[in-house]
Design a protein around this ligand. Structure first.
Ligand SMILES: [Fe+2]
Ligand SMILES: [Fe+2]
Length: 151
């Protein structure tokens, strides 16, 4: 059985995924320098995965007889993922990605809990599938962060 909490979380997560697609794509394009290549490649791969997450969330909303939102519902929140003024500042992008992945992990944990409480195993499965990807993204960028220690 679905609840407003579940559809609200699915909608919020859908918007967050599409904002993430935009910012990862932008940063994959703008970063410069010898240290940037690995991060750029990883961001490009993650764009495809985040887009797939949005698709799964949108399909689940449709199954629950709701529509995923259009762009008028969009409110940007990822201030730390804006392209850096200094395009060699790979560290700031890594920090922004870690923040975005932490937020995503929190959202999918909340979605999993709400779905579990509402006895909605299909939404639970969507939450767990995406959560596993977000934890993998977080781990990868924590590795990049170790390579680029803060001064
Ligand atoms: Fe995602
Ligand atoms: Fe992610």
């Amino acid at each position: 059985m679905t609840t407003d909490e579940i559809t609200d979380l699915l909608t919020e997560a859908y918007i967050d995924e599409l904002e993430t697609v935009m910012n990862y794509q932008t940063n994959a394009i703008v970063l410069d320098g010898v240290h940037a290549e690995e991060v750029k490649t990883s961001l490009e791969e993650d764009v495809q995965e985040e887009l797939e997450h949005a698709r799964m969330l949108g399909e689940r909303l449709k199954q629950l007889d709701e529509s995923p939102p259009g762009s008028e519902a969009f409110e940007a929140t990822q201030s730390s993922l804006q392209p850096p003024e200094d395009t060699t500042d790979v560290q700031s992008v890594i920090e922004g990605v870690l923040e975005a992945e932490d937020d995503a992990i929190e959202t999918y944990r909340a979605l999993h809990e709400a779905a579990s409480e509402a006895n909605d195993p299909v939404t639970e499965d969507v939450a767990v599938t995406i959560l596993a990807d977000e934890e993998a993204h977080h781990t990868e960028f924590r590795g990049f962060q170790k390579e680029f220690p803060q001064d």
